[in-house]
Design a protein. Structure first.
Length: 242
């Protein structure tokens, strides 16, 4: 995996306009994993996908992360810095299929992937979305040897399945324990590498386009030539123009 170049960042950002976050994640990976097809990327578990995105983000922008959060109690804004190592979960092997047994009920299921998430993007009801995901990932269910439909699973079993999914694919759910400095409220915030990385990409694109505009006006250079320069070299020219 190689870091995204200035030119690649602009291409990825342009392709991602109008896409939902699930597809934006795949667009990012497609730009740096040419050995994998779109279907292969979409079939990676959510944790596997996010692990690749974390690696790509580190190679492109470095190890430091500046994270922003909003307190759910007082709505105060919080900013803190952390390191990529603090969001990376080491998990060398991810099982394709997993079993769960609760008393007389047995389930066989697979981990959720990007295709599953894409299927519920437009679903506004959390309960309906969760049930649809359960229907997609449960491969087999039976009670005392009698087959059950995933629609017949009781709510407490679905709750246990959700917990088991997170345990089997730990990179898919990264949590920060936060304390609001204003009201002392404690809560857990889910860190979403897709939205975080895409926000950084968008910010970088605006910076790059401003630099291209400035240098093109000053020297008449083409966009491709400006973007092919190293950051240090491009900054040197910008300082001379200013």
């Amino acid at each position: 995996m190689n870091p995204l170049s200035a030119h690649s960042i602009l291409q990825v950002w342009e392709r991602g306009q109008g896409q939902h976050l699930v597809n934006k994640a795949l667009t990012l990976l497609a730009a740096t994993c040419p050995e994998m097809t779109q279907n292969e990327l979409a079939e990676l578990s959510v944790g596997q996908r996010d692990a690749l995105l974390i690696d790509l983000r580190e190679q492109t922008f470095g190890t430091k992360l500046n994270v922003f959060a909003k307190c759910p109690q007082c709505q105060g804004h919080i900013e803190f810095a952390t390191d990529v190592a603090n969001i990376r979960v080491m998990n060398d092997s991810v099982a394709k299929e997993v079993e769960l047994s609760v008393e007389d009920l047995n389930l066989r299921f697979r981990l959720l992937n990007s295709s599953d998430l894409a299927s519920v993007v437009n679903c506004n009801d959390v309960t309906i979305a969760r049930n649809l995901l359960v229907q997609r990932c449960v491969l087999q269910a039976n009670r005392d040897g009698i087959a059950l439909s995933s629609r017949e699973l009781p709510g407490e079993i679905i709750d246990k399945l959700v917990v088991r999914l997170a345990e089997c694919d730990p990179q898919s759910e990264v949590l920060f324990n936060l304390v609001c400095p204003s009201c002392d409220h404690n809560w857990q915030m889910i860190f979403d590498i897709v939205s975080f990385f895409w926000t950084e990409i968008s910010t970088q694109v605006k910076r790059l386009l401003r630099e291209v505009h400035t240098l093109a006006l000053a020297y008449g250079w083409r966009e491709v030539d400006i973007l092919s320069m190293s950051t240090v070299r491009r900054q040197f020219y910008l300082e001379m123009v200013s």
